[in-house]
Design a protein around this ligand. Sequence first.
Ligand code: NPQ
Ligand code: MG
Length: 347
Amino acid sequence: MKLERLELRRIALDLVTPFRTSFGVETNRDILLIKVTTDVGEGWGECVSSHEPAYSSEFVEGSALVIRDHLWPAMVAAGISSASDVAPALQRYKGHQMSKGALEMAVLDAELRANNRSWKRELGSTRDRIPSGVSVGIFDTMDELSRQVAGYVDDGYVRIKLKIEPGWDIEPVRMIRDQIGPGVPLQVDANTAYTRDDISHLCKLDEFDLLLIEQPLPEEDILGHAQLARATATPVCLDESVVSMQTAVDVIELGAAEIINIKPGRVGGYLSAVRIHDLCVARGVPVWCGGMVETGIGRAANAGLASLPGFTLPGDISASTRFYARDIVKDPITVDSITTSTAELLP
Ligand code: NPQ
Ligand code: MG
């Protein structure tokens, strides 16, 4: 395979409802898609950075620039002949995991299309259906939160994740646990909104039998997460902190993460995501696949990844309609709510 051409496409999609997290409100998704043309055909990648550097330091305008002026030229110079060549060719550039991941995704997609293979098979899937969870934002009122969660349970989601922040934590979680009952898996995600001084406060969540608490402290605060993990009965899961295989090894070794949220974009691509999955399987650490409000392009590839055997917890892979009235792909992602509440994967 030989690289020929790169095309960056920037699109804007309205969200069906504003998505508020501890780092801000999104009403619209600024999306960077990448089309790579090779001698064996084209491939598509989706860059998961957002308009503002609020979830992480990466942002769409920066991604487009670094891809165009630095990463793609380095790939061309290196003479990439398969997706596994992409990360080594980009290794001398620091950071920019989401941009690197999007380029590797596009090259891998070109290879898969050329060989008529699926993401699922390529990555090492062991099943055809995956459980589908949903991430629920912060609302102005408890009533509104209650209505939203009821709707998602009706839609067939088998696991609820509530976004939390200081001032929106114990009481919303209590209300939703009472509403859905003890049998429905429930977890929370703070997106770095707390500090080490909040450890005793966060321990009050223990009474709600949560699956996990995701990234309560800043991404650099590995020691703080290890201290929290020792103090609380709720398993600590890291998202933003884990940006590579190396950080995954370290947070496990240091006792800062008992569970890991794997997002391919955040760790530099799907091949890195599979290696982190393999590491976690070897260490007995449960993993699940996160989401970055992707279109059907990224969402379908995520579903393939989440069908690997180590993904033992439901992911944030919800239906396209959770975020978008009309997805950009021919086959939007759907949730089968009637019988099994699982997303069905194409072959
Ligand atoms: C998380 N995702 O797990 C992220 C955060 C997140 C589904 O909760 C635009 C772009 C909006 C990226 C909102 C979920 C976003 C975004 C939230 C990422 O932490
Ligand atoms: Mg998260």
